[in-house]
Write a protein that binds this ligand. Structure first.
Ligand code: 5GP
Ligand code: MN
Length: 338
């Protein structure tokens, strides 16, 4: 079911393996890189783990984080590794053109390497890959990594460091186990990870209790001054300009999670955040509830983006105001009701 036989066959006779995570790596991408990378290293493959840019601070506390290289800081070293690879794993993303930035050029150019996808995002372009474990029902890629190792009969190879990485990916992609496909099997997997040494209290604290003072103040500012509730109280959005980010000493990752805050309001079932980045407006969309808006479709229809039913993202090339206008047009057309 998790294509492990095919992966096993593809691994046979390979030597140099590159694992890629997506741009603006999150807990799931980093966790999957550490865990699957750790497994392959344990089998004595020559493994290179790459994220296109840097990961947020809290993830750098994962014990094996140092096994990951940041492409934006080590291009000269990493390009030859990609070119030399005979196998490339793509973890936690599926679109080579929009999700991995400059790394894509080299990954695509390298025709020698076979490519394997392990991912849970919608609409995978499967023809780009030689094999794929693509399960859009899975709540995280880390869960899939575990399932593959289990199907391969390799659970004994999961070290404490790998267990912690998988746990963090599963925890962050489900909003601390509060949304997504929270199946009985997910909790069984967690129990195995805890047996292998993942400490839920310590990992929870590592991920959620590591805010800087300026990030906390940014959150206060966002809630008090910037949150706009609209569509009869059923939707909310936050728009942050580059100037506002500067005012709160913005660091990569500081805006992570802010989009979820309005969803704590009883009637708000759709939330968006617009962040003015140097090259574009970065948009995050979230929805919740029984009749949740499919924000993956919303992001595809109104913006250039995608993701999942309850969590999606997009880029907008224009002003912050125009991005918000486009969003309002979208929610007008949805006609959200109480
Ligand atoms: P976030 O809002 O946390 O950046 O992303 C939420 C989800 O939407 C993630 O699963 C991510 O893969 C997806 N996503 C975010 N930005 C983009 C984008 O620009 N394009 C596409 N296709 N998906 C995105
Ligand atoms: Mn993910």
């Amino acid at each position: 079911m998790y294509n492990s036989e095919k992966i096993k066959n593809i691994l046979y006779s390979k030597k140099n393996i590159v694992l890629l995570g997506h741009i603006n790596p999150d807990g799931d991408a980093v966790g999957a890189l550490i865990a699957f990378g750790g497994y392959l290293r344990g089998l004595s493959y020559n493994v290179t783990l790459i994220t296109p840019n840097e990961a947020p601070h809290f993830l750098r506390k994962l014990k094996d984080f140092h096994t990951i290289s940041d492409f934006s800081k080590n291009e000269a070293l990493l390009i030859p590794k990609i070119e030399k690879a005979d196998l490339i794993f793509c973890l936690d993303f599926n679109e080579l053109d929009t999700r991995i930035g400059d790394v894509a050029m080299y990954a695509l150019k390298n025709v020698k390497a076979q490519k394997v996808l392990i991912d849970h995002h919608q609409n995978p372009p499967l023809d780009l890959y030689d094999a794929a474990v693509s399960d859009t029902n899975a709540s995280s890629t880390c869960y899939l990594v575990f399932k593959i190792l289990e199907e391969l009969g390799e659970l004994d190879r999961i070290t404490q460091e790998m267990a912690e990485a998988i746990y963090v990916g599963m925890m962050t992609d489900t909003g601390n186990f509060s949304y997504g496909n929270l199946t009985p099997d997910l909790f069984r997997v967690l129990s195995v990870l805890v047996e292998k040494g993942a400490n839920p209290v310590a990992l929870n604290s590592m991920v959620f209790n590591t805010q800087t003072e300026s990030r906390m103040r940014l959150m206060g500012y966002v809630l008090y001054e910037k949150m706009e509730v609209t569509a009869n109280g059923n939707a909310a959005y936050i728009a942050l300009s580059a100037g506002e980010l500067r005012r709160f000493n913005y660091k990569s990752g500081d805006t992570e999670g802010l989009v979820n805050l309005p969803l704590s309001i009883a009637d708000v079932t759709l939330s968006a955040i617009f962040i003015e980045m140097p090259d574009c407006i970065k948009i995050s969309l979230r929805s919740r509830g029984a009749d949740a808006v499919d924000v993956n479709l919303f992001a595809r229809h109104y913006f250039v983006g995608g993701g999942h039913k309850n969590a999606a993202g997009a880029k907008f090339f224009g002003t912050l105001e125009d991005a918000v206008k486009q969003f309002e047009k979208g929610i007008d057309e949805l006609k959200l009701e109480k």
